[in-house]
Design a protein around this ligand. Structure first.
Ligand SMILES: [Zn+2]
Length: 241
């Protein structure tokens, strides 16, 4: 519920309304979020014409919050002064796809095609023909994890394990480690340790304290521990690949 993560939300949703949004919106966050946002709308005489559903996250354990046909979203507890969750989005494996011309060449019927697309081998009489003769495997499965606010936590390491891309807060330089410990925030090196231990492909660090004019110290400290680190800069686009 800290203001740097929630105070923009009543205005953001009000802007969606002004832009003519009609479709409903699901908002996942701490249980207090709904009351805060609705109170701001009430006090500012703001009316939202579309349905907004607030869904409380679980700050005690990992929970699946969205099950979509092509991806899953989970929330996981982070380590902070108040109940806080991070999020992880995982693509689901897609179907195997038929190679060029195999349908005609092997005279595949619909049932056989369905089985092949599920990754099964083809059985014809006594012969078992390997799936790879006919199909290309599903595309590479990507995942993105977001962890803020949080101090270094082995539980976060577990929750973000193997992510393609990890965003982890890196509020402080190591010279300010004491403040990081006291406020339950991370240093850039903490973030990089999470990335290394969780064996992610790449790391974006963000949530920088505004005491630093030059962010390169933070980046360099992260890179000492985990080379594939980048700074999160507002407005930039980052590929999950
Ligand atoms: Zn924060």
């Amino acid at each position: 519920m800290h203001g740097d993560h929630t105070l923009g939300l009543p205005g953001l949703i009000a802007s969606m309304n002004l832009l003519g949004r009609k479709t409903s919106l699901n908002v996942f966050g701490p249980k207090e979020l709904s009351e805060m946002v609705k109170k701001v709308w009430y006090l500012t005489d703001t009316h939202i014409d579309f349905e907004v559903n607030f869904i409380a996250t679980n700050s005690k354990e990992i929970e699946t919050i969205v099950e979509h046909e092509s991806f899953t979203i989970k929330s996981f507890p982070t380590k902070h002064r108040i109940d806080t969750c991070g999020f992880r989005i995982d693509e689901k494996p897609g179907n195997f796809t038929l190679k060029h011309n195999v349908k005609k060449k092997h005279n595949l019927n619909n049932l056989e095609i369905q089985k092949l697309k599920r990754g099964e081998d083809l059985i014809r009489g006594e012969a078992i023909l390997g799936n790879d003769l006919f199909c290309n495997p599903p595309k590479y499965i990507r995942s993105y994890s977001f962890a803020a606010d949080t101090a270094f936590s082995p539980k976060v390491v577990d929750a973000v394990k193997g992510s393609t891309l990890l965003y982890h807060e890196a509020t402080f330089e190591s010279k300010d480690k004491k403040i990081a410990t006291k406020t339950l925030h991370s240093t850039a090196q903490d973030a990089a340790r999470v990335a290394a231990q969780a064996d992610v492909c790449s790391l974006i660090i963000g949530h920088f304290s505004n005491r630093y004019r030059d962010l390169n110290n933070l980046l360099n400290e992260a890179k000492e521990v985990f080379v594939k680190s980048e700074l999160a800069i507002e407005g930039n686009t980052y590929m999950i690949a």
